[in-house]
Design a protein around this ligand. Structure first.
Ligand code: PLP
Length: 305
């Protein structure tokens, strides 16, 4: 299928060409990482483009900035309307990734960021397919620990947080793994560089709580709800590293990664070394919802057209 080339981006309330959305080299966010972002998916089902959990993403978008007093100068309604309108402006008729962000603009070298500091907001989008191999990926535990709430709050989705994710990803790739898994500051399982993690043991699902430095993932909460409806309860609790080697199934969740089975950790096969049965069941329901084929969860879907 031919990729659509998005002509427009949204920048501070206007739809402009990418080349017209410019900022100064004095932009604070470039120097200090003072940016907030979200990632959403639009699913094309040959009739419409469905944005997955639009309102929940916009809510987290605003909440992240509050932690650092970085102001989003648009209402939630304006942001969600801009997201759907940008898709229409670009005539997006293919599954895509949508990236809204806001950041501190020209503010010198001043570290005293307040609600009054100047900010810009933008939304970009592009065609997007699978991030990972759907049949399963290998993962390795990183020697880098996940950032934690006593220094750099992982629950706020800030640009700067991803330096930690980059270190873990680089190490994972260097060691031949598809993806890294980070432990929290206490040595318990936290999350992957851009995904939450779930374990399945004896038919029961387990995922680290946000106190283990795991992002309050929107796919994570969707999976917990889908699993409950399928008869699998999820326990949110601290997970010692060793438990991952005892698991029957392990999978990652995230907007980009969707639901990705992990078939080996540190070179050891997970379960029978193939995508797990429960993982696949949940993924099938998730795909149906995203494609607009499951009426029960239609509240999670915003059609663009
Ligand atoms: C660090 C991190 N954890 C987890 C996730 C998964 O969150 P969500 O399901 O809301 O995309 C993401 C992606 O946004 C992430 O960057």
């Amino acid at each position: 299928m031919k990729s659509f080339a998005p002509k427009f981006v949204w920048f501070d309330g206007r739809y402009v060409r990418d080349s017209e959305a410019n900022v100064s080299v004095m932009t604070h966010a470039i120097h200090y990482g003072t940016s907030v972002f979200e990632g959403l998916r639009g699913y094309w089902n040959s009739k419409n483009l469905n944005i997955f959990r639009l309102e929940d993403h916009v809510k987290r978008f605003r909440n992240s900035g509050k932690v650092y007093s970085i102001t989003l100068r648009f209402t939630d309604r304006q942001i969600s309307d801009a997201i759907t309108a940008l898709c229409r402006k670009n005539n997006a008729r293919q599954s895509c990734y949508i990236r809204p962000f806001y950041f501190v603009g020209r503010y010198g070298i001043n570290l005293h960021v307040t609600e009054k500091s100047p900010t810009h907001a933008a939304i970009v989008m592009f065609p997007f397919g699978d991030l990972f191999n759907r049949n399963g990926i290998s993962a390795g535990i990183s020697s880098w620990r996940r950032i934690n709430d006593s220094s750099t709050p992982p629950l706020a989705k800030m640009g700067g947080n991803y330096l930690n994710s980059i270190l873990a990803t680089q190490e994972g790739k260097r060691n031949g793994y598809d993806e890294a898994i980070l432990l929290d500051h206490l040595g318990n399982i936290s999350e992957a560089p851009g995904e939450n993690i779930f374990l399945v043991r004896d038919g029961k699902m387990i995922t680290p709580p946000s106190s283990s430095s795991a992002l309050e993932g929107i796919t994570r909460s969707s999976v917990i709800e889908i699993a409950r409806d399928l008869g699998y309860d999820t326990v949110e609790r601290e997970i010692p590293r060793t438990e991952i080697y005892f698991s029957d199934e392990v999978f990652l969740t995230g907007t980009a990664a969707e639901i990705t089975p992990i078939t080996s950790v540190d070179g050891k096969p997970v379960g029978n070394g193939k995508a797990g049965r429960i993982t696949q069941k949940i993924r099938n329901v998730y795909s149906d919802i995203a494609m607009g084929r499951n009426k029960k969860y239609s509240r999670w879907i915003t059609p663009v057209y």
